[in-house]
Design a protein around this ligand. Sequence first.
Ligand SMILES: Cc1cc2nc3c(=O)[nH]c(=O)nc-3n(C[C@H](O)[C@H](O)[C@H](O)COP(=O)(O)OP(=O)(O)OC[C@H]3O[C@@H](n4cnc5c(N)ncnc54)[C@H](O)[C@@H]3O)c2cc1C
Length: 520
Amino acid sequence: MNRTEMWRRIEDHPKTWDMIVVGGGATGVGVAIDAASRGYGVLLLEQNDFGKGTSSRSTKLAHGGVRYLEQGNIGLVMQALKERGLLLQNAPHLVRDLAFIVPNYDWWEAPFYGIGLKLYQLLAGKYGFGTSRVLSREETLEHLPTVKTDGLRGGAVYYDGQFDDARLLIHMVATAFEQGATLLNYVEVTGLTKDTQGFVNGVSARDAETGNGFRAAAKVVINATGAFSDLLRRKAEPSSSPMIAPSQGIHLVFDSSFLQGQSAIMVPHTSDGRVLFAIPWHGHTLVGTTDTPIAAATLEPVAMDQEIKFVLATAGQYLTKAPTRDDVLSVFAGIRPLVRATGVANTAALSRDHVIHIDRSGLVTICGGKWTTYRHMAEDCVDQAATLAQLPEKPCVTHHLHIHGSQDAAKQFGSLAVYGSDVHEIRKLIETDARLGEPLHSALPYVKAEVAWAVRQEMARTVEDVLARRTRALFLNARAALAMAPAVAELMASELGWDEVTRTKQLAAFRDVASNYLLH
Ligand SMILES: Cc1cc2nc3c(=O)[nH]c(=O)nc-3n(C[C@H](O)[C@H](O)[C@H](O)COP(=O)(O)OP(=O)(O)OC[C@H]3O[C@@H](n4cnc5c(N)ncnc54)[C@H](O)[C@@H]3O)c2cc1C
């Protein structure tokens, strides 16, 4: 999978695509997999890197959403629990089940959460992950050795899924490619073309690497640009009213001493009525999130001071060692593409259900939803888009379609487990050139071969692509990522033939982005 091959597919393609998908996050790539696996001709264009938007910045939970149960949205929870089960089945190398503990400090909490979480387990039916139950104080401490003990009465345990979002996404890009789709990163859709009756019939786009513009025709164009959906809709109809209410959420990352053991903490009611998680992730502790309405989406959102204070203070209420700003290894922010609703005052109360909207121009917009439900969203979207484009009816086949690299028991591959069956190829690289087995930093498990692999097979084009989304270095430890950057740039320069000027520019651009992940 590389850019040259993708451009060749474009050149070889007859004039009109069945579908053009705009946006290379979970939603767009999910649509590309669904459409290509049905046999439709699909082109997907992403303005930056795959997953640069929200899809690399989530809490990384494949979940039904315990909170939505409380809101009474049973249908949404059941659908998401089914998708959680399918995701584990189809991508076992990237998704795992995880025990979540709700620690109880009040007498009423054990029966209250015990019953709710039992219902959550039952709603999963045959896609269940594990048995929810009430825990004694001792059992709670066995799961969570570093939870605050003052006043601790016990807890309730339930099970959900955890995954590595950006890694899953790149394996999904590979899956779509294998199914025949053409997918390009660093190509921005700058405009929509229309036929004489005013119907959208293609896109104009610009390759960010060369600056060259081009046009591509399609029977239907799908807008999967997440928090940016309204911008593209306005290119079709300048007067269209906004659909998206963007809301920011942040996470802080600490070392593993803050949350020892293999279980996560779920705080169902923070001081301002949100849910907060502390989760073990890639040998670190991930804590989040917030839900702060913002005026407009940006590609590199930055955590606000009040969000950082809130997460630190809430985590401190539940952990024996209260984390401080100095303990933060990385901070990252993401934007929820929530769908607007009239009469709803705060974004936390907005539905996480997805919406498919067809403008009068025929532009199909899919937004909202969750990472967990991307497959279901894609099925729904392709059904509607195919009808609109009068494509021959073809059934969805993604229920049991394995994601690229799918391998049971990938755990045995240690830090390379996220590559699934590709691990053998990465090991071959190291066998051929022992220097590629060298680590890039003592604080993180990444080796040089992963950089070569990311460039050769995973369409990584920048130092940031490698450090933020092919590996997760920037999200785990921003200072370590900065220290790794020169070695990564050197490896990429020899793979991609960069001259000194390009290498220097790449490093400067990475330092600029990485400064947003450091707490000063
Ligand atoms: C803080 C937070 C935590 C979350 N946690 C979870 C969780 O634990 N579990 C879960 O299931 N869900 C979670 N979600 C929700 C989930 O992450 C999102 O629903 C999902 O990632 C949205 O994906 P998307 O593809 O719609 O948007 P994005 O990932 O933002 O993708 C849209 C893409 O479109 C591209 N684009 C925009 N304009 C153009 C253009 N003109 N041309 C080409 N490309 C363009 C952008 O660059 C971007 O990459 C969370 C969300 C947030 C914010």
